[in-house]
Design a protein around this ligand. Structure first.
Ligand code: RP5
Length: 208
């Protein structure tokens, strides 16, 4: 009988990148290691991209989640290049304390759908813009899920909305976060009403 490969070998055998994220490395990929790290204060939102090339867009979600006081991680998990890593990430996610997954991918973007197939955590898909088809390929790949396995899909490149949707889900059980989310909306409402183009309208403007 062939000897069983180590967890690390299983993961690294796919040639997965060791993504440096939040001061940790993707080489900590072993499910057992991740489960052991499931602790208070860990990330609540897992933001994953099919490639490091997706990070410039996904980092906008990380930034907004940070502004809302939501701990999050950013990692590379490729559906096609590292399917075993994808499965392990999805399976370990609840035990690690993750409550929502945001997944961005471009082209034949199977990452969000396959994560959703492997976990009951809510998965929000971010279609990444692509060179040849502008991200329409990503959008259709992510949004056209079969009945039974939903992915909440945001607009092409709109990682901010993915962060806000994740925040809204988490706020259902976190009144303090709900207040921070309401304050965020109040600020963006004020930014419109206080725009110089509206100033002279005075009483026509709503008060809040
Ligand atoms: C997808 O292929 C990734 O999500 C990325 O958007 C796209 C291109 O990946 P790279 O060739 O830049 O690694 O899997």
């Amino acid at each position: 009988m062939a000897p069983r490969r180590s967890r690390a070998a299983d993961v690294q055998g796919e040639g997965s990148k060791r993504a440096t994220v939040s001061g940790t490395t993707g080489s900590e990929a072993g499910t057992a290691a991740m489960t052991a790290k499931a602790a208070a204060g860990g990330p609540l939102v897992g933001v994953v991209g099919g490639s490091r090339s997706d990070f410039p867009i996904l980092e906008r979600a990380i930034t907004l989640l940070g502004e809302l006081g939501i701990p999050a991680e950013l990692r590379v998990v490729s559906a096609h290049r590292t399917p075993d890593w994808l499965f392990r990430y999805a399976e370990a996610a609840p035990g690690r304390g993750l409550r929502v997954i945001i997944a961005g991918a471009g082209g034949a973007a199977h990452l969000p759908g396959m994560l959703a197939a492997k976990t009951q955590l809510p998965v929000i898909g971010v279609p990444i813009p692509t060179e040849h088809l502008g991200g329409l390929d990503s959008l259709l790949s992510i949004v056209q899920m079969p009945r039974g396995i939903p992915v909440a899909t945001v607009a092409i490149g709109n990682a901010e909305n993915a962060a806000l949707l994740a925040a809204a889900i988490l706020a259902l059980g976190d009144p303090a976060l709900a207040e921070r989310l309401a304050a965020y909306r109040a600020r963006q409402r004020a930014a419109v009403l206080d725009d110089p183009s509206n100033v002279e309208l005075g009483d026509l403007l709503p008060s809040g």
